[in-house]
Design a protein around this ligand. Structure first.
Ligand SMILES: *[C@@H]1O[C@H](CO)[C@@H](O)[C@H](O)[C@H]1NC(C)=O
Ligand SMILES: *[C@@H]1O[C@H](CO)[C@@H](O)[C@H](O)[C@H]1NC(C)=O
Ligand SMILES: *[C@@H]1O[C@H](CO)[C@@H](O)[C@H](O)[C@H]1NC(C)=O
Ligand SMILES: *[C@@H]1O[C@H](CO)[C@@H](O)[C@H](O)[C@H]1NC(C)=O
Ligand SMILES: *[C@@H]1O[C@H](CO)[C@@H](O)[C@H](O)[C@H]1NC(C)=O
Length: 402
């Protein structure tokens, strides 16, 4: 509060009056400046928020596109293209999938697995984005199988693994004789992963068996043992991780379910006793293992060598009545006297061809009979993937190396 003395001269009063007026004017100037600043500031702010709003709008649409993609990959991609959020080229779409931000890897796998020509181009562009140089096959597979979820269909898996094998060989020339070799070994590794890490698979292959399983796959020659040993150790130490792992691991979707257990097997013995030689039937208790499209049987669960091997290729299975309960039979359809291609080990250790036109087997319970029959049926049924793989194996092992 300004204290004004009342004994001022008129000149002094006039001076005071002038000061007050100037002060008022200054205050008004300040207010005007403040208003102007406020106006400019608000303009600047508004300017920013239009940009921001545009950005936010765009981000919202991208998020919507991702959601759509996760529900229906084709529709999601279409939405993004129509809204100028993605260019319609295989390279741009591949980039988008490879980055994978906010995308469900099952949906990525579904999109890449489509048979459409354009999707196949995207698949190839996608695989090209992977850098495999100087990675061993297991490291490359880890990276590849983590970037999307491999779909369950044989044809799709075939295309994807073919693209993978081509890219791997392109990044690492000279490691394999051909992409077929890389392809086959990739599957051997995926199978090995399951054998070693799936608790339901009892039969755990040793490194020696893994090496011998992969003989001749390098265009007729063998792969270096060191290489196979390294790959084996790598998988043994750390299983493959796959995205969206729901416990239903890959191998289960396209390879035969394995099973093992005690069954009774009918054997007929030739008796040459006195004058009345003849065949007599006996039931032998054997430990059966169903794996690799073959039925193996052992005398004891701990035996290393099977007593017999029955390849299931070309065989059929049916239920039969017998005095023994829960029986089924393996036989060659439309054929009466042809002997089933199989082998067995004689008591003296010789391996001889079997002499069965059928195999009759009895399970301990009706339930087990059902389970065995289903597993064997699944193994026998023409698994298209199994056949594709078998065809490639034949091709590479029959090739002559130069
Ligand atoms: C993107 O291009 C492909 C072929 O170049 C065409 O078949 C497809 O309809 C296009 N998609 C969209 C959403 O425009
Ligand atoms: C991805 O999609 C699959 C199949 O639609 C679904 O089962 C899975 O839960 C989804 N994953 C996530 C993380 O949403
Ligand atoms: C490897 O094995 C583990 C354990 O069974 C399984 O969770 C995973 O899906 C397997 N990976 C592949 C690629 O099969
Ligand atoms: C199964 O049948 C095919 C075609 O008849 C034949 O080439 C193949 O050798 C057979 N396999 C066995 C194990 O008998
Ligand atoms: C198979 O059994 C038949 C009789 O059923 C016999 O004549 C034949 O010699 C046997 N073959 C072999 C290889 O044991």
């Amino acid at each position: 509060i300004l204290h004004v003395p009342d004994d001022l001269t008129p000149e002094e009063q006039q001076e005071l009056e002038n000061i007050r007026r100037r002060k008022q004017e200054l205050l008004e100037d300040i207010q005007r400046l403040k208003d102007e600043i406020a106006e400019v500031t608000s303009e600047i702010e508004n300017l920013g928020s239009t940009e921001e709003r545009k950005n936010m709008q765009r981000n919202k649409q991208v998020a919507m596109g991702r959601k759509k993609f996760n529900m229906d990959p084709k529709k999601g991609i279409q939405f993004l293209i129509e809204n100028d959020l993605l260019k319609n080229t295989s390279d741009d779409i591949a980039q988008f999938l490879y980055k994978g931000e906010g995308l469900n890897k099952t949906a990525i796998g579904d999109y890449l697995g489509e048979r459409d020509e354009f999707n196949i181009q995207v698949l190839h562009a996608f695989v090209e984005l992977h850098e495999f140089t100087d990675l061993n096959l297991v490291q490359a597979l880890r990276q590849f199988l983590w970037s999307f979820r491999l779909p369950g269909e044989a044809q799709k898996i075939d295309r994807m693994m073919e693209a993978f094998a081509q890219r791997y060989c392109q990044c690492n020339p000279g490691v394999f004789q051909s992409t077929d070799t890389c392809y086959i070994l990739s599957f051997a590794i995926i199978m090995l992963n399951t054998s070693l890490h799936n608790p339901n698979v009892k039969d755990k292959p040793t490194v020696e068996r893994f090496i011998s399983m992969n003989r001749g796959i390098n265009d007729g020659g063998d792969l270096p043992e060191d290489l196979l040993r390294n790959l084996y150790e790598s998988i043994k130490n750390e299983p493959f991780k796959i995205p969206e792992d729901d416990g239903n691991d890959l191998t289960h979707t396209f390879f035969n379910p394995d099973r093992e257990g005690w069954l009774l097997k009918l054997a007929s013995l030739m008796l040459i006793v006195c004058s009345t030689g003849g065949r007599v039937k006996t039931w032998k208790r054997r430990w059966f293992i169903l794996t690799d499209n073959c039925l193996y049987y052992f005398e004891y669960t701990t035996d290393k060598e099977p007593r017999g091997i029955i390849p299931l290729e070309n065989l059929s299975i049916k239920e039969v009545e017998d005095k023994k309960p829960n029986c089924f039979e393996l036989f060659i359809p439309d054929n009466k006297d042809q002997v089933i291609k199989a082998c067995k080990t004689e008591a003296d250790g010789r391996v001889v061809e079997g002499n069965h036109t059928f195999y009759r087997i009895s399970a301990p319970t009706a339930e087990e009979k059902e389970e065995w029959m289903n597993s064997i049926k699944a193994a026998i049924s023409r698994d298209p993937f199994y056949e594709m793989l078998a065809a490639r194996k034949k091709k590479v092992s029959s090739m002559k190396r130069h």
